[in-house]
Design a protein around this ligand. Structure first.
Ligand code: SF4
Length: 412
């Protein structure tokens, strides 16, 4: 019974796999027509909303400028909320944007905390536009007022709006009654300004059946796409939603439902899931060649947290593989040190181990690639250091984020 349904599921999923690999096409809709905008995100086939599909996206600089948020959602991996104040000064971020653009990053994706609460958001987006980057933000849309949007529209190419299901489901996970109604009401302001927007839906172990509602809502409101993103058990979700991370059958169910309903409703879909055959075929984009020579090769996503920490690939990667902190140096300096230190090669090795581990599972149907790589980095970096006589202890610590006192102790 299980084998039969899995093979049916796999074959149906395979028939949709190429579409699933595509980023949102951001196609025009006939309903709720938007004001005509100049060539921008709507014309780019390689633009994602928040997290790139590694098979065909431009490298993305993902920035979390603040952990302040008007909500405190159950699934928030950055543990943002109304009581949080951690914020990065815009001059540090503008410098990082300049460096990232020079290093080949083509998109700035601002997330949070709630980006609309970051006062200098227009300045940050303008810095990215000046460098020729595509700009997107991920928002709960509750603060998307006409006044705030008017400041942003000249420098913003698209907005990803989080919608987690029917109104009651959305409000429950967002922890606030009326959150859904407010977000959907504000979509009018986006449409009136011709600002392209799409929905991000967090897939859990229990909500694949809510996808139909969300895709229908996208069709009705003029959202250009729906991105289906699997829940990860990080941050607040580790405490509030343990056991809700979708397993591979739920991933596959979500992928198929999204594809079938998306086609029916004329809504572009991106599911952040790779099928087995994509993992088999796509060795090159998934596993960087070593020695890694360019930052973007090993880190197609570069994440800047509100504390200034710069992480490659995904927020859940082992901290020993961090590039460093923007409070300590410019991004281009951190990148050069990172490549020299061998950390880029260690990350590439973790990508290779992630691919091997997934393909070793005979019953693998689909997987969330970023989580698997993060897991492998934790396995790999947890291995105790082996002290070789030819290499003094302090040399082994040079790449780790240790205090000067610890380093000095190791040099004794
Ligand atoms: S998930 Fe988004 S909206 Fe919710 S608390 Fe986190 S940053 Fe705020």
């Amino acid at each position: 019974m299980a084998a039969h349904s899995e093979s049916k599921a796999l074959s149906a999923a395979r028939s949709t796999s190429s579409a699933a690999a595509q980023p949102p096409a951001l196609r025009e809709h006939t309903q709720a027509p938007a004001v005509e905008r100049p060539a921008s995100i709507a014309d780019r086939a390689d633009v994602c909303l928040a997290e790139p599909n590694l098979l065909n996206s431009v490298p993305v600089l993902q920035v979390h400028p603040t952990r302040r948020c008007n909500l405190a959602c159950a699934h928030c991996y950055t543990e943002s909320g109304p009581g949080e104040s951690e914020t990065l000064p815009v001059h540090l971020l503008a410098g990082a944007v300049q460096d990232a653009a020079a290093l080949g990053y083509g998109q700035l994706a601002v997330s949070g905390g709630e980006p609309l609460l970051y006062r200098d958001l227009p300045v940050l987006l303008a810095a990215a536009k000046a460098m020729g980057m595509i700009t997107t933000i991920t928002s709960n849309a509750m603060l998307a007022t006409p006044k705030r949007l008017d400041e942003l529209v000249p420098v913003l190419d698209g907005m990803a709006v989080s919608i987690d299901g029917r109104p009651d489901e959305h409000d429950r996970i967002r922890g606030q009654a009326g959150a859904f109604d407010k977000a959907v009401a504000n979509l009018t302001h986006l449409r009136e300004r011709g600002l392209p927007f799409a929905f991000i839906f967090t897939l859990t172990q229990r909500n694949a059946d809510s996808l139909e509602f969300v895709i229908e809502l996208a069709a009705q409101t003029g959202a250009r796409a729906v991105q289906v993103h699997p829940l990860t058990a990080d941050g607040r979700a580790a405490r509030t939603l343990s056991g809700a991370v979708p397993d591979q059958l739920e991933l596959l169910a979500g992928l198929m439902a999204a594809e079938v309903i998306g086609t029916e409703k004329g809504v572009a879909i991106q599911v952040d899931v790779l099928l087995r055959e994509q993992i088999e075929r796509a060795c090159r984009p998934l596993v960087p060649q070593t020695p890694v020579r360019q930052l973007k090769d090993a880190a197609p996503v570069l994440i800047v947290g509100a504390n200034g920490q710069v992480l490659p690939y995904t927020h859940a990667v082992h901290p020993a593989l961090a590039l460093g902190n923007l409070h300590q140096g410019r991004l281009n300096e951190l990148a050069a040190q990172w490549l020299r230190s061998g950390r880029a090669d260690r990350l590439a090795q973790a990508c290779g181990a992630a691919r091997d581990a997934l393909l070793a599972q005979d019953d693998l149907l689909a997987a969330y690639w970023y989580d698997t790589v993060a897991e492998q980095t934790h396995r790999q970096e947890a291995v105790p250091l082996v002290f070789k006589p030819a290499e003094p202890a302090w040399a082994l610590l040079r790449d780790l984020d240790v205090t000067p006192t610890m380093r000095a102790a190791a040099m004794v």
